[in-house]
Design a binder for this molecule. Structure first.
Ligand code: ZN
Length: 200
């Protein structure tokens, strides 16, 4: 088939516009996700009530890992049960829970002071947890340590929190606050850099 110059130019133009649109969508597309609110589904203690705090003083996101094998969408329920019945806490320690498939659950009101990082830190922080136990994992990239979907959801969750609550400027690991902890068992610098790039 003989293609004349004009047809060739049109094909080239279509290809260039197509490639540019593809790149534009990839770079500027927002990552749309949902946070499932299950606060009222989770067990709380009958003998104590969590207190609300002045949210203006909350400036930190503490990242955790459950140190248990992921158990799907009902994992927050069993964690809450454990925190209430075995630890004697008022409710689940974490405010947000990210499953291995990247599902995001809100498990406590952000205004509620919760037991997740020691009494000194709880007052000024929000706890975000990923399920899993990677205490012995060693890999150069976070996506090689935990499932990619879970990692993307964790980045999104932190980015979302910071977008809606600009006071939350610090992102720290539980390990940095407690000598006996290693969680979330991720490279925090990589995580913090990835949060800067996420579009929520
Ligand atoms: Zn922790």
């Amino acid at each position: 088939m003989k293609i004349n110059k004009n047809t060739e130019m049109i094909i080239t133009a279509v290809l260039v516009v197509g490639a540019l649109s593809f790149l534009f969508i990839r770079v500027f597309r927002k990552d749309k996700r949902k946070i499932h609110n299950i606060i009222d589904e989770l067990p709380v203690s009958s003998s104590c009530t969590s207190s609300d705090r002045d949210f203006d003083a909350v400036d930190t996101i503490v990242v955790h890992q459950t140190a248990s094998i992921c158990k799907g969408d009902k994992h927050p329920h069993s964690t809450a049960k454990y925190h209430v019945n075995s630890n004697g806490w008022c409710g689940i320690g974490y405010h947000l829970f990210v499953t291995e498939t990247g599902k995001i659950f809100q498990t406590r009101k952000l205004r509620t002071e919760s037991a997740h990082a020691g009494s000194r830190n709880n007052r000024t922080s929000v706890g975000v947890v990923i399920c899993g136990d990677h205490r012995l994992a060693d890999a150069p990239k976070n996506e090689q340590i935990i499932p990619k979907e879970q990692y993307r959801a964790l980045i999104w969750t932190i980015g979302y929190l910071q977008k809606h609550y600009p006071n939350l400027t610090n992102i720290v690991s539980h390990a940095s606050l407690s000598a006996s902890r290693t969680d979330p068992n991720l490279h925090m610098n990589e995580l913090i850099n990835d949060v800067k790039k996420v579009r929520v």
